[in-house]
Design a protein around this ligand. Structure first.
Ligand SMILES: Cc1cc2nc3c(=O)[nH]c(=O)nc-3n(C[C@H](O)[C@H](O)[C@H](O)COP(=O)(O)O)c2cc1C
Length: 178
């Protein structure tokens, strides 16, 4: 199974991106988690540009098409979804790749109830198949990326991430079988 990991933060030392990289390094044999590394390259969405879709958007769309499920880790900005991440979702709204795709939210913060609710609303409107939870969460706010990576490398955290990936894989396999 191949999972795609999308970070909602463009920050170089993002704890959300660190969390997704930690999930990638915990992928058991037979699983792969690819962290999409070009979210910052996507231009502002306009329906006028969909006829001549930019290459960076096509890369994202192809990565979505090729995966069996998507992991999203997204910070909360002003009680909402960060603009750059919502922009990425807007590029995918009218395309064929995302509907029906299993999606699991994971959180680098124990706060952020607004962004969690908004992501669920937006992703279900986009016909994604949302993992019913409970969500994986850990509190990394204010940590440097190196510090966050050390915390995520602890045996207890790694076991929790592996268990969550297993749960998500079972969910994605069930959805695929219909
Ligand atoms: C512009 C901005 C607005 C924020 N607004 C909120 C907020 O409304 N609620 C909240 O819990 N955290 C808020 N935060 C804190 C971030 O969600 C938090 O620092 C997050 O862990 C950063 O993720 P990152 O390390 O992946 O970049 C805000 C941070 C920024 C930069």
């Amino acid at each position: 199974m191949r999972f795609l990991a999308l970070s909602g933060s463009l920050r170089a030392s993002s704890t959300n991106t660190a969390l997704l990289r930690a999930f990638a390094s915990e992928a058991p044999t037979g699983f792969a988690v690819e962290v999409f590394d070009a979210m910052g390259d996507l231009p502002p969405f306009s329906p006028d540009r969909e006829a001549d879709t930019p290459d960076s958007v096509l890369r994202l769309a192809e990565a979505v098409a090729a995966c069996d499920g998507i992991l999203i880790a997204c910070p909360e900005y002003a009680h909402g979804i960060p603009g750059a991440f919502k922009n990425a979702l807007d590029w995918l709204v009218s395309r064929f790749e995302i509907p029906g795709k299993p999606v699991m939210l994971v959180h680098a913060s124990t706060r952020g109830e607004h962004v969690r609710a908004q992501l669920r609303e937006v992703l279900s409107t986009m016909s994604c198949d949302l993992f019913p939870g409970p969500d994986f969460e850990t509190h990394l706010i204010g940590r440097t990326q190196a510090n966050a990576t050390d915390i995520l490398a602890r045996a207890d955290m790694r076991a929790e991430m592996r268990a969550k990936l297993d749960e998500f894989a079972r969910f994605a396999a069930r959805q695929r079988q219909g």
